[in-house]
Design a protein around this ligand. Sequence first.
Ligand code: CP3
Length: 333
Amino acid sequence: MTPIHETIINKTTTNTPIWLMRQAGRYLPEFRKIRKSNLDFINLCLNENLSSEITLQPLKRFQLDAAIIFSDILMLPYGLNQEVSFKKDFGPQLGLIDLEKISKVDEIDFLEKLYPIYKSMKKVSKNNLIKEKDLIGFVGAPWTLLVYMINRHSPKKELIKDFFKDEFLINRILIILEKFLKLHIEHQIKNGATVIQIFDSWAGLLNEKDLPNYVYIPTLNLVDYVKSLNIPVICFPRGIKNYKSYCEIVKPDAINIDYNVNPTSICKEINIPVQGGLDPKVLLTDTNNLKKQTLRYLETFKDHPYIFNLGHGVLPETNPDMVDYLVKMVKDY
Ligand code: CP3
């Protein structure tokens, strides 16, 4: 069994495994080199040779316990024929939503468009570097994808004013998303994903009363689906106020916490395996502080099944030497 499966399935508390969200990407010079000559981010994700190479880059440097496929949650709206582009210093920009066009997409069109992602995963899963480690497949949660599809760019701290105006549109999109997210998960697993992570990066934007409709129910459907395929599923409802209720309702196999969560109280409140928490900004400070903050998580979760990770993705300005220090520290603990 892989170290991450040991933690999630057997609930072991020794040899804390580690991987990092956004471990493949902008802080690595070898990634930046490839990125410089591949200006279109979507095309890069769809280049199976390069995306598999990028996926493996962090494993060549650090003793990580998993690779996460180099792709993006917005490849899903792309697969549904909504325009998606990534603009420098702005982030993602999506085209106007055309419900008729999206409703016409069938499973074959969708899989054909995303086929290179699956081929890339197959390639990674056959590489020696991933032996006895996990390959993490992922999707955006329905709510977070809905946010991008309607808002058309990152919402920063709030949604556009009329976000909930067209209830018909929202409900139709949620139904379509459920179908294609399941398909995307199924094909990632068929091509080598051994864990699935569901990113709900904008869960924190909702009021308590809207959580059941937009977060709990749609995510629970996906979680149950992944479980039916016998693969562990980790959820990351970033910024949500009540992780305990979320875990009780959605019942993921493990929960990733964000950096605003107090690890001591979560450890007491939640009885499923926990992942993450460390503020990625700590990697921008010095090794003394990094050591102190890392020990805080390791010691808090000493007797609780725990996968080391961050409370959000690695920041682009991170020095890879700090990542090296962190990984070694966790491995030597
Ligand atoms: O290493 C990994 O974690 C694997 C790859 C990965 C990417 N995006 C690559 C990427 C993963 C798991 C994601 C998830 C993702 N994408 C999320 C959920 C996690 C989170 O950050 O909350 C979200 C919300 C997105 C959407 C997205 N993609 C945004 C908002 C941006 C722009 C801002 C940013 O972080 O760069 C992207 C672009 C993106 N996705 C890049 C990478 C490496 C940067 C592209 C570039 O080189 O310009």
